[in-house]
Ligand binder design. Structure first.
Ligand code: NDP
Length: 289
């Protein structure tokens, strides 16, 4: 029986995960497919019920369902429990286990971006959704001492800060209102900026004005499609090193692949497929404009 893995999100059409995982299954001769399921919030519970079937290896979960899915699985692993977000589901019999491979994915990307420099201690995070939860948890685990979270709807950032209150008891984790002047003041004191909003995915916009980016800030944009977002172009112009979300995507995908199959992920096949899918998406977008 051909096994099935699905990506449940809304929307999902922009995702590059399918190309990456199909290439991985093929490279290891695993008879499995990867399907994109666009499911609005009201259809989420039915989608989760469906993947309890024997033909499913598991699933990925993306925008906007990562937090809601925690309540729909039978057990959450430590990373999923600690972040309150699930991006990967495995099946043990009829039981569903929720994992969060965005956490190791984010840490791998941050390590690569910081390189040989000493890991900084102060960060600003834009966004307070499922991706931001993996980011904040990763920053706490990396030993950051001050993390400030800005979100368009402040109550969500406040909820995130409250959620992490215990794991962040030894450091300063704050939610602040989304005002340009406050963001600018915080960026001036920070070494790392992470964009965990979806701004930049659908249009050539940056979540913040170019003028507030100080030189030398390390900028990680979780958005990976398009690869060169307005935020990353502005960062480059300001003399700040940047990276998009592709490496994080690759690493979270590698961890998910191993959870589904029990096998080490074929990293080169996945990386090559990801690059090809990204180039194809860029060509398609250029054709549209
Ligand atoms: P969610 O839907 O959970 O959260 C979306 C976030 O974006 C919220 O903080 C929301 O703010 C904010 N936002 C949306 N539109 C705007 C806007 N116009 N102005 C300001 N803020 C806005 O999504 P996720 O957290 O799952 O994903 C966020 C982004 O990160 C996506 O682009 C996703 O693709 C990317 N991502 C990439 C990963 C990777 O591996 N590279 C892994 C995880 C995520 P509000 O709460 O106010 O609505």
């Amino acid at each position: 029986m051909t096994k099935r893995v699905v990506l449940i999100g809304h929307p999902v059409a922009h995702s590059l995960s399918g190309a990456m995982h199909r290439a991985a299954f093929e490279a290891l001769g695993i008879d499995a497919g990867y399907e994109l399921w666009d499911r609005p919030p009201l259809a989420l519970a039915d989608a989760i019920a469906e993947i309890r079937g024997d033909e499913y290896l598991g699933a990925n979960v993306t925008i906007p369902h990562k937090e809601k899915v925690v309540t729909l699985v039978d057990r959450a692993t430590e990373d999923a429990h600690a972040t309150g977000a699930v991006n990967t589901i495995t099946r043990e019999g009829k039981r569903l286990i929720g994992h969060n491979t965005d956490v190791p994915g984010f840490r791998a990307a941050l390590d690569a971006l910081v390189g040989k420099q000493k890991m900084p201690r102060q960060a600003v995070v834009l966004g307070a959704g499922g991706g931001a939860r993996a980011v904040v948890y990763g920053l706490i685990a990396e030993g950051f001492q001050r993390v400030v979270v800005f979100n368009r709807h402040l109550h969500r950032a406040e909820g995130l800060a409250r959620f992490f209150a215990r794991s962040a008891a030894h450091m300063e984790l704050r939610a602040m209102p989304w005002h340009e002047s406050i963001i600018e003041a915080e960026l001036a004191k920070s070494k790392v900026l992470v964009n965990a909003t979806s701004v930049g995915t659908r249009s050539d916009e940056s979540p913040i004005p170019a003028a507030v980016i100080p030189p030398g800030l390390v900028v990680l944009d979780l958005v990976y499609n398009p690869p060169l977002t307005r935020l990353l172009r502005d960062a480059e112009a300001a003399g700040s090193p940047g990276m998009n979300g592709e490496l994080m995507l690759l690493h979270q995908g590698m961890a998910a692949f191993t959870l589904w199959t029990g096998q080490p992920a074929p990293v080169e096949a996945m990386r090559t497929a990801l690059q090809a899918a990204r180039e194809e998406a860029a060509d398609a977008a250029a054709g549209e404009s």
